[in-house]
Design a binder for this molecule. Sequence first.
Ligand code: GLY
Length: 369
Amino acid sequence: MKKTNSVCLPVRKDGNFAYHIYLEDSFANLTERMKELDPFQRRICIVTDSNVLPLYGEEVVRLLKDCCREISIYAIPAGEEHKNLNEIQRIYEHLILHKLDRQDILVALGGGVTGDMTGFAAATYLRGIRFVQIPTTLLAQVDSSIGGKTGVDFDQFKNMVGAFHQPSLVYMNIGSLSTLSEEQFSCGMGEVLKHGLIRNADYYEWVIDHMSEIEERDRDVLFHMVEESCRIKRSVVEQDPTEKGDRALLNFGHTIGHAIEKMKDFRLLHGQCVALGCIAAAHISWKRGLLSEEEFYEIRDMNVGFGLPISFDHLKSEDVVEATKHDKKMASGQIKFVLLKGIGKAYIDTTVTDAEMLEAVNSLNANLW
Ligand code: GLY
C-alpha cells in the first residue's frame, strides 16, 4: 500500500467551508495547522484526561506554546463515569481562573469523552468559544471528533445534555493509535465496521480483508482505514449536521447498545455495547428478510475477529428492551431504529416491535445460551 503521511479533508456546513480535518503521522505539523486559527494573541486551554496527559501532554504544550499568548492544561479523571456536569463545572472554574475570553480557544486532547466534554464546555462557556479536536483514540478519530456533537451523560442517561458545536480544526496523529490498549482499539473498530455496514459495502469488505494488518496496527493500513471512515462520517454530517434526517444512520447499533450500556451501569465500554447493538440490529434485519443468514453471521463473527463481544451476561433481556424506551432516539414516542437492507445500506425504521427487539436481545444473552 502507498505510504501517505498527510491528508487534509475540508468539511463544509450549509455549503460553506467550516473546518479542516488533518490526518498526520505525528504531532510535528500541529503548530503549523493551528496557525490557521490565528492564535497568537489568544489564550489556549488544553483539556485532556489523566491517561493521556502523561503520554502527549508535554509534547502538545511544547508545540502550541509558541503560537499563543498563554497556555494552560486541565486534566479530567479518565473514564465515562466522569462525563458529567460536575466535571464541566470544574472546567469552567479553570477557564475563569485563567481568564479565557470569547476569542480564546479550547483544545480537546484525548478520546471521545474528552472531546465531547471539551466541546460542550466550549459550546457553553461565554455562550460559545472555539475549540480544536486532537483525538488520540480510534473511536474519536473515526467518529466522535467530527461533526460537532458535544455533551455529557446525565443521571445514567447517555449524552442527555449537550449541544451541536462544530470544532474549528481536527488534527489526528495516526501514530497515537500505537499506544491504545487492545480494548480501546477494538471499540474503535466497532465504529469502523459500522461505517462500512451503513454506507459502503466495498469498505466493509476491505476492512475484513485487512484484518491481520489492522490487528498488527500497520501504520499505512490504519492511515487508509481512518481516512476512509472520516470520509464517510464527513459526507453524512455535511448533509445533515443537526440530525434532522440521515445523520441518525450513524446511530446504527445505538438503541440496544445504549440500553445495554445503561443496564450494565457503564461497566462495559461504549464501543463494546454499540457493537452488541449492531448485532441486534442485524438480527432484526435478517429476521425481516433484509439480510441473508450468512450476512448476519458474518456481521456477528466480525466482532470476534476484531476483539468485540457477541454476548452479555447477568441482565434480563426484558429489562434491556424496557431501557430502550428511555433512549433519546425517539420520534413522537416511537423508537427510530436503524436497520440494514443489505450490507452498506442502512435506513431508519419506526415500526420495530418489542417482540422483535426481545428476540434479538435474547440472541445476545449468554444466560440463555
Ligand atoms: N456518533 C454519531 C454522530 O456523530 O452522529
